[in-house]
Design a protein around this ligand. Structure first.
Ligand SMILES: Cc1ncc(C[n+]2csc(CCOP(=O)(O)OP(=O)(O)O)c2C)c(N)n1
Length: 323
């Protein structure tokens, strides 16, 4: 894409810290889930951190995102508070949805996080709604919809792309192609190699990027954001990435072949970015250690906060329920 933003050192350090916040939040969530502290289901995005962080940090603070069932990274990267997120996962009253929704019901409108979403494909029309509001009110905001390649074939996503094209909505469709939709590999349900090519049939631009490379994601979303600012209408970005854990935590992943099981084959977006920071941006080891330490402190605090809370009082059980 043309017009890529050049990553400055300050932004790179911010990205580095966020990558670690997302990574550590999910590693801790996996641990707490195994130990029985988190009820219900969780879907982790370990391995996909560069998508969430590169995309959200290329947006402006006032912009919106809509997310998915695999949304911890998206919400954290856009500024949601890890303490209230972990409290939500732990089913505590202090969580983002009073502990009633869990991992798939995290939203923080004050940060532009319009919600994780358990309904596959719905992030796209919701982002169009936010983008339409921004267009009508002329606020200069944009909306970015995260969704997976499984969702890409669903009706709501096609309808959203069509209406966004017709109305030239300021929306970025961001498809995280992590190679599986539940247990089905990409080739079983997507008939083309590059999903981004679908944008042409709606009449807007589409690009494929390496979703393990946070710089590539950041540059692609920055360019898309610039195009949107000038009223150019929607953009589709396809980010090819890898899902390291199962569809849900605890998934035995019998459907993986041996190559996919071999963790030495994995691209680690955090390690890749650290190498780029040192080689291309002159960021030294001390600076990288400091941002990682900041992330460790934040996530440790979030875990202590969530686990230190008591169970919700029974007096609130009927709150927010229609009579
Ligand atoms: C409307 C709807 N249909 C089916 C499901 C069940 N379901 C949950 S996740 C999922 C697969 C989603 O795959 P993808 O969009 O690629 O996202 P990923 O899980 O890979 O992040 C499905 C079919 C659902 N939650 N909502």
């Amino acid at each position: 894409m043309s017009g890529s933003a050049k990553l400055c050192k300050h932004k790179a350090i911010e990205i580095h810290q966020k990558l670690w916040e997302v990574r550590l939040f999910e590693l801790r969530a996996a641990e707490l889930y195994r130990e029985g502290h988190l009820p219900g289901f969780i879907h982790l995005s370990l391995g996909q951190e560069a998508c969430a962080v590169g995309a959200c940090l290329a947006l402006e603070e006032k912009d919106f995102i809509t997310s998915t069932h695999r949304g911890h990274g998206h919400c954290l990267a856009k500024g949601a508070d890890p303490r209230f997120m972990m409290a939500e996962l732990a089913g505590k009253h202090e969580g983002y949805s009073k502990g009633r929704g869990g991992s798939m019901h995290i939203a923080d409108v004050s940060k532009g996080v319009l919600g994780a979403n358990g309904i596959v494909g719905q992030s796209a029309p919701l982002a169009c709604g936010a983008a339409l509001t921004a267009q009508v009110k002329n606020t200069g905001q944009a909306a970015l919809a995260f969704f997976g390649e499984g969702a890409s074939g669903s009706g709501p996503v096609h309808e959203a792309m069509n209406i966004a094209a017709i109305w030239k909505l300021p929306v970025i469709f961001f498809c995280e192609v992590n190679r599986y939709a539940e247990l089905s590999p990409y080739s079983v349900h997507v008939p083309i190699e590059r999903l981004s090519e679908r944008s042409k049939s709606y009449g807007f631009d589409g690009f494929t990027v390496d979703g393990s490379n946070v710089k590539a994601v950041y540059n692609a979303v920055s360019s898309a954001r610039q195009k949107i600012r000038s009223g150019g209408g929607p953009v589709l970005i396809e980010a090819k990435t890898h899902r390291w854990h199962g569809h849900y935590e605890g998934d035995p992943m019998h459907y993986l072949d041996d190559k996919d099981r071999d963790s030495s084959q994995r691209m680690d977006p955090v390690v890749m970015f650290e190498a780029a920071c040192a080689l291309e941006l002159g960021i030294n080891t001390e600076e990288l250690s400091k941002s990682k330490e900041n992330a460790i402190t934040l996530i440790d605090d979030a875990v202590s906060f969530a686990l230190g809370l008591g169970a919700a009082p029974t007096s609130v059980i009927s709150e927010d329920v229609y009579a």
